[in-house]
Ligand binder design. Structure first.
Ligand code: ASP
Length: 247
């Protein structure tokens, strides 16, 4: 498991290679608040978790029969995949696969802005099923899966290698910073023009409270809520009639 948190003052913390920590994002926050560093991984991150007294469980807790089955199926198919492709049991409803047969159940991202324009972004994931031991994805990498500055907060999901190559989250902020474009325009450019199709989705808010949730996969589980009562929940692209911003 791995996670990352960042705020508009560019304070940030990240962890990866965790096998026992129940809430990796809380540990990422402790790295941000209690250490002179940004990123702790593997044994060092686990030792820091013990030192801070965060909730941990034996790693066997995370090895559920469903997860083992998912892993075995991925191994059989020789696939490294985002969560899983097939329903695990006949009586379970099929999980919304995307064009590549992947479903989007793995990563959880959250971005927030308050009435003063304070921004924060956080992302947490178990990464891919059947990933290599030691593989680190985009989620804990500042500027790839997670980024915030005084203009916006961004959290990405999708194929980590493509997101790292594209510095996806930072590119959204950079377009706003250097080109002066709006959050929506910046995010749409990164998702539609600069990251290969089928690879990425992101959620983002600006200091002014603008929200955007574009993706170039078939679907992305997403939701947003504003203080004045607006809320939106979606999986598939919004239709133009719905005022959707997913191209
Ligand atoms: N981006 C994550 C990774 O590559 C996977 C995901 O978003 O589900 O580890």
């Amino acid at each position: 498991m791995e996670a990352c948190i960042m705020d508009d003052k560019k304070r940030c913390g990240a962890v990866s290679g965790l096998t026992t920590v129940v809430n990796p994002i809380s540990l990422a926050r402790l790295v941000m608040e209690k250490t002179p560093h940004i990123y702790l991984a593997f044994d060092g991150a686990e030792a820091f978790a013990r030192e801070q007294g965060v909730e941990t469980l034996d790693s066997s807790h995370f090895i559920t029969p469903d997860n083992v089955e998912r892993l075995n199926k991925a191994k059989e198919a020789k696939r490294v995949q985002i969560d899983y492709t097939q329903p695990l049991h006949k009586d379970k409803k099929e999980e919304t696969p995307d064009a590549d047969g992947d479903s989007k159940l793995g990563t959880v991202g959250c971005v927030a802005v308050d009435s003063f324009g304070n921004l924060a972004s956080a992302t947490s994931t178990g990464g891919f099923v059947n990933k290599m031991v030691g593989r680190i994805g985009d989620t804990p990498i500042i500027g790839a899966g997670t980024y915030a500055n005084n203009l916006c907060a961004v959290s990405a999901t999708g194929k980590g290698e493509a997101i790292i190559r594209g510095t996806v989250a930072r590119d959204v902020a950079a377009l706003m910073e250097f080109k002066g474009v709006s959050l929506k325009e910046a995010a749409a450019y990164v998702v539609e023009e600069s990251t290969p199709k089928g690879n990425v989705g992101l959620i983002a808010v600006s200091a002014a409270g603008e929200v955007t949730m574009p993706f170039n996969t078939t679907g992305m589980f997403r939701a947003c809520a504003t203080e004045d009562g607006y809320s939106e929940i979606g999986i598939w692209p919004n239709s133009v009639e719905n005022g959707g911003d997913n191209h």
